[in-house]
Ligand binder design. Structure first.
Ligand code: BDP
Length: 701
């Protein structure tokens, strides 16, 4: 039997060694190559004892069994009664709740040859099991195995922008994972693999459908399909949520309108809530995009966002469901500044929402740009729980052809200081509820998964899903620590290769910013598709969908004046936060053109003029992609060949795109600066018209 097991492990191992399609993500569990490393874990690999019989604890035990068998090449027994025999791992629920473990935390302790994972709840045991596996997978020394960890944010959530027809809004990794037409009769085994991956990084909440929501999701027909997915997620500690269309009472319920103060409308939602919870007692709640980009909402009836949110909250409250109401709203006002829109609509509503409402705010004031200052709303709503919304899918960060590790972007926002309660009032502390004692805390990420075999299109984008989950669990983790884990679990444990890949990942976001939107430029990408450069975009359905609205290039200079002589969006921040950005000479260069209209010839603290600095960034940024390409090529043989080749190909595409961006932007802005491309850089060999033509092919316009 044991021999058979080894043969099986060997065969599986050699199969994956020759062709890894990335499906297994970071949960590879291949035999640890180094026998000495393996040996240090031997003492506690004999059996896993777990006394509880609930589904989540069983999942934890089975995951440990599968993982350890693969990593250590040993057959592991699973025993359901507690035992004191040496050399085992036990999963134990605390008999009296331990305050230091919270509801989902765990502690891993080692004593002699035993490892004990304890938690107050089955979910805690599941996270402890995955933590132990992660440690073994990354060859952590035995002495560093003990750990106590509690998530800082309660709801660690993915938002899928998936539609009923299988398409994904801003999805770059194939079609939707959810097969609505097959459900509920056919349940794709992939749902389970998805849930596993999420649970392994602590994600415990999933919104299945697009925020531009079809009312269909509120029909009984669809709720039964949703239930089939929810049933698969449950043993992984994950709750399902749905985006709702605010006009559902009219569209689906055939009421005359969806006015939140209309008794019949309110009753419709009350009835709908009890129907939903009748089908799925564990249902999480609603996510709502209202009165934004053409979606229906309470303002259609002269009501406020709070009226709308509270109506839904009242309906969900008896079942402990929550409403996550998005603050992503803006009006088509050519004279206004979109930067201020969400703040202006929501600030005055602070304190008017029911306790089971959370307002979800995008990290920046505009829209998931490669770099944004933090949204001023994070410093403005002490009486309303605010959720963070990050975008994991790379809508504005190069789709699935660009290697961009997003943890530095997420961290930059989380570590920003709002100063609302003195220095150190970081966005992270707002979000995790510790600054204002919010009763609910949520961090959401717009998912980058799809039906592609490797889930994320670009293999390296798997790291962004991973990093999001890890940071939602603990925003104090460093970007590099997370990348280090991910590389070792996903790609290679060769020390030199890990170092090279880590360095590449760490600088990748800055590289992307440099060749697309350096120095605080923003929103100058291709219209609609949001791909490639289009700084020349002057006309669109709305002024704030053009590029000239944002970059404001003219014969004098470049950038959006958001100071007191401009839109004064800066005035929405705390005085201490304003200070860091308000003076053109002192403003950190990454934010310069976010807040200032700067003369082309203005000397910056790099010693170069604005124009020269801009060109330098475009040129060095696009050159850096070439360097990444060469470094990656040098990693051949250090990881699976298929993965290596795939990433190398994508880096080639990224190089091509980086050169478009460079040439498009320097040639376009040169029309205003009227200055030469500075030495040592060579001017583009193609004309602006040629680039525009190229970009048009991709825009299909
Ligand atoms: C924008 C996307 C659009 C989304 C919208 C949103 O381009 O597809 O529907 O955000 O977040 O970035 O609602």
């Amino acid at each position: 039997m044991t021999r058979l097991f080894f043969l099986f492990t060997f065969l599986i191992g050699s199969f994956y060694a020759s062709a890894d399609d990335g499906y297994r993500l970071w949960l590879k569990y291949d035999l640890l190559k180094n026998a000495n490393v393996r040996a240090q874990y031997q003492p506690f690999t004999l059996y896993i004892a777990h006394a509880a019989t609930d589904p989540v604890t069983s999942t934890a035990a089975k995951e440990l069994q599968t993982g350890l068998q693969g990593l250590l090449g040993k057959s592991i027994r699973l025993q359901s009664t507690a035992s004191t025999a040496p050399g085992g791992i036990s999963l134990e629920l605390t008999t009296t709740p331990q305050p230091n473990l919270g509801t989902e935390g765990y502690s891993i302790t080692t004593q002699n040859t035993r490892v004990k994972i304890s938690a107050n709840t089955p979910s805690g045991l599941l996270y402890g099991a995955f933590a132990l596996l992660r440690k073994i997978q990354t060859a952590t020394p035995l002495s560093k195995i003990p750990e106590t960890s509690v998530p800082r944010v309660q709801l660690r959530m993915l938002n899928h922008w998936d539609n009923t027809n299988g398409s994904i809004e801003r999805g770059y990794a194939g079609a939707s994972l959810w097969k609505w037409y097959e459900l509920p009769e056919t349940v794709d085994p992939r749902y389970r693999d998805y849930a596993r991956a999420n649970a392994s990084i602590g994600i415990n909440a999933v919104v299945l459908n697009n925020v531009n929501a079809s009312a269909r999701f509120m029909s009984r027909e669809y709720l039964l399909k949703v239930k089939a997915i929810a049933d698969v997620f449950k043993p992984y500690g994950i709750k399902v949520y749905l985006s709702v269309n605010f006009a559902a009472p009219r569209i689906l319920g055939k009421l005359k309108n969806s006015d939140p103060l209309e008794p019949a409308v309110r009753q419709w939602w009350v009835d709908k809530a009890s129907e939903i919870y009748g089908i799925m007692p564990d249902f999480g709640g609603f996510l709502v995009k209202a009165n934004s980009e053409g979606e229906p909402g309470p303002q259609d009836f002269g009501r406020t966002h709070a009226d709308g949110a509270n109506m839904l909250a009242e309906a969900l409250a008896p079942f402990k469901g929550i409403v996550i109401w998005r603050a992503f709203v803006y009006k088509a006002d050519p004279k206004g500044d979109r930067f201020k829109a969400a703040y202006e609509e929501f600030k005055s509503l602070d304190g008017t929402f029911l306790p089971n409402v959370v307002v979800q705010v995008k990290n920046g004031p505009i829209d998931f740009q490669p770099r944004e200052p933090f949204s001023p709303l994070f410093g403005a709503m002490p009486k309303t729980p605010l959720a963070m919304e990050f975008q994991i899918t790379q809508e504005y960060l190069g789709f699935s052809t660009n290697l961009v590790y997003l943890a530095p972007l997420f961290k930059e926002c989380l570590d920003s200081d709002t100063y609302v309660k003195g220095a150190g009032s970081t966005v992270a502390k707002v979000i995790d509820g510790s600054l204002h004692q919010y009763p609910i805390s949520v961090m959401a990420g717009v998912a980058n998964t799809g039906s592609d075999r490797n889930w994320c299109g670009h293999l390296m984008s798997q790291s962004n899903w991973y990093a999001f989950g890890r940071l939602a669990w603990d925003h104090q983790l460093s970007s590099s620590a997370i990348a280090d884990e991910w590389i070792k679990m996903t790609l290679t444990q060769d020390a030199g290769a890990v170092k090279t890949i880590l360095a590449m990942m760490e600088r990748s976001r800055e590289v992307y910013v440099d060749f697309t939107t350096p120095l605080g430029l923003h929103h100058i990408m291709g219209q609609g598709i949001h791909f490639g450069p289009e700084p020349w975009l002057e006309r669109s359905a709305r002024p704030d969908w053009t590029s000239i609205y944002y970059h404001r290039a003219d014969s004098i200079g470049l950038g959006f004046d958001r100071g007191i002589n401009g839109s004064n969006a800066l005035g929405l921040y705390h005085p201490e936060a304003i200070k860091q950005w308000s003076q053109v000479d002192a403003c950190p260069l990454p934010y310069l053109l976010w807040f200032h209209h700067v003369p082309w010839g203005k000397k910056l603290n790099t010693g170069r003029s604005l124009w020269d600095e801009l060109c330098t960034r475009y040129y060095t940024g696009s050159t850096a992609v070439g360097t990444m390409q060469r470094e990656w090529a040098g990693l051949k043989g250090k990881m699976d060949a298929e993965i290596h080749a795939d990433v190398l190909g994508r880096l080639g595409a990224q190089q091509r795109e980086a050169l478009w961006w460079r040439d498009a932007c320097v040639l376009y802005f040169q029309q205003y600066s009227k200055m030469p491309i500075p030495a040592p850089f060579t001017p583009p060999s193609r004309t602006l018209e040629e680039i525009k033509e190229l970009v048009r092919i991709y825009q299909f316009r």
